[in-house]
Design a protein around this ligand. Structure first.
Ligand SMILES: NC(=O)C[C@H](N)C(=O)O
Length: 322
């Protein structure tokens, strides 16, 4: 029997009511945990009770601090976090970047409201507890368990708005078969970064997308409005149209790093093309995100800038954790 701490943040797993005001996160984590079997010793508490589309960087920092405090407790074997699916990949990735423990941290949620005809939250929570309690997942870092599949936070993304199993990507470390966790992989991990400080709350890292006819004006505007770094979600393998390379050069010279990611869901950025494409963007100073998507790139950039705003060391530090 393992000792598992459940921290609630809200999301659909805790939401009910489909009237004119829309569904609202309202259920306590204790009430979600009450439906669990007594296979493990469970304690639970609420950190927040909101949809994950409402979270800001301060909320993410507080979640990270609370998780670290739980993991430091000798009588805690693993932590489960209930969370909205919309931005689970961002919170999970931040937690993974700062994760220093061997104990598993497992995020889960639901696609169906708690008061729907067939809520998926109870089964997802049961499976997340099984994953967090599984000694073979020690050292696997921060994980997302959803609809029978357990995957690493790094690289995971919500890939479908309504599917029962909305997450894809990352490394699948296991799946649930009845009452068993079938462990299939042990992911390699990077050295952890320090927990975010309060400076993280106000770091401004904006995401700008390339598309036919896009101009670099929004990129320049975001920097003028105070962004400390920018993520350019380029097309395909990492490209952008006319004017972007000049803007990247100007912003880099002004001390505002531009990270080149891709708006394409999967695969790495590989600078290949000229005429304003990825080769020119990198020559202008863009920092390659490799295969970190724009949203996880933004979290890494914010964590690094909050720890040290020096733009000259930023490319090296970003490369070490992307
Ligand atoms: N399925 C969900 O949890 C979506 C919800 N809107 C949220 O992210 O909080």
């Amino acid at each position: 029997m393992a000792s598992i701490r459940i921290l609630g943040t809200g999301g659909t797993i805790a939401s009910r009511g489909q009237g004119v005001s829309g569904a609202i996160a309202s259920d306590s984590t204790d009430s979600l945990a009450a439906a669990l079997s007594d296979a493990h010793h469970i304690t639970s508490r609420d950190l927040l009770t909101v949809g994950s589309y409402c979270l800001d960087l301060r909320d993410l920092r507080i979640i990270a601090e609370e998780v670290a405090a739980e993991l430091a407790e000798p009588d805690v074997d693993g932590v489960v976090i209930t969370h909205g699916t919309d931005t689970m990949e961002e919170t999970a990735f931040l937690l993974d970047l700062v994760h220093t423990s061997l104990k598993p941290v497992v995020l889960t949620g639901a696609q169906q409201l708690a008061d729907s005809d067939s809520p998926d939250g109870p089964r997802n929570l049961t499976e997340a507890v099984m994953a967090a309690a599984d000694k073979r997942l020690q050292g696997a870092g921060v994980l997302i368990s959803f609809a029978g599949s357990v995957r690493t936070a790094r690289g995971a993304r919500k890939a479908h708005t309504t599917a029962a199993s909305p997450f894809a990507g990352g490394v699948e470390v296991g799946h649930l078969a009845g009452d068993d966790v079938v462990v299939t992989a042990a992911p390699s991990r990077l050295p952890p970064l320090p927990l975010p400080t309060e400076a993280f709350d106000d770091v401004q890292v904006e995401i700008i997308t390339a598309y036919p006819g896009a101009t670099p004006e929004l990129l320049r505007h975001a920097a003028a409005a105070g962004a400390g770094a920018l993520v350019l979600a380029g097309t395909g393998i990492g490209n952008a149209g006319a004017g972007f390379a000049d803007a990247v050069a100007d912003l880099t010279a002004a001390g505002v790093p531009v990270i080149l990611s891709s708006r394409t869901p999967w695969g790495p950025v590989v600078p290949t093309y000229g005429n304003g494409g990825g080769k020119d963007l990198v020559r202008a100073g863009a920092v390659i995100a490799r295969d970190l998507n724009p949203f996880q790139s933004r979290i890494l950039a914010a964590l690094l800038l909050a720890a040290d705003p020096d733009p000259t060391t930023f490319p090296h530090r970003f490369a070490a954790h992307s």
